[in-house]
Ligand binder design. Sequence first.
Ligand code: ADP
Ligand code: MG
Length: 242
Amino acid sequence: MAKAELDLVDLLQPSPVIALREAGKVYHTGSISYEALRGIDLTIEDGEYVAIMGPSGSGKSTLMNVLGCLDDLTAGSYRIAGQDVSKLGDDELAVIRNRRIGFVFQQFNLLSSLTALRNVELPLVYAGVHRDERRERAIRALEQVGLGDRTANKPGELSGGQQQRVAVARALVGEPTLLLADEPTGNLDSTATRDVLSLFSELHSQGRTIVLITHESDVAANADRIVHVYDGRIQADEAVRS
Ligand code: ADP
Ligand code: MG
């Protein structure tokens, strides 16, 4: 094919949700520097459910911060949905975080004084969505995680598993390109863990792109693909048989 045709084929190909190339991250503490990520090549396509697994200190949270545009690389490149993150300023990064990424953390990070509904509405407040639409979308997101009857409850009136589902609803309400979860079951008992993982599987079957960070192999086994990290490198990248 001629070069122009190849360029066109390239343009018509959808960009992967995530493309890390030779990605590196060095932390400096005083005179000591530590290479937390080394030569990471990672591509994640639209609709994939990927677990990033590794022991404590392997670089998972560093990778999560990079993927979530919360921290920048010191080497290599990161494109999210085709957009080169290193070229963006702080304001543009904030927009990417708000529009493209839904975060779920180990500590649910819900505001205890607000109802489930108000917690889920918050990202839409920041995005400037009008009150009625905000409310409607937050109710829909809570229904989607099976909490349509808990909209008026505050976090303290909900179980751990329910609180994490509120956090998932909050992550989804902005219709992000990517759901990014760092040890989302780390604070949950086994029943609540199963509950949250089955929600992730359901969201995946609806076409969501999910990156789940965990140190537990039985949690990682819920994904379709497991990327093993060790000492800041990708050690293995395996498809999970289902
Ligand atoms: P994990 O989430 O897999 O436990 P992290 O990404 O938190 O791993 O950390 C990877 C390595 O980078 C660890 O050795 C940690 O001590 C180091 N590290 C993480 N954050 C910082 C930081 N802000 N400054 C210096 N070193 C850091
Ligand atoms: Mg961590």
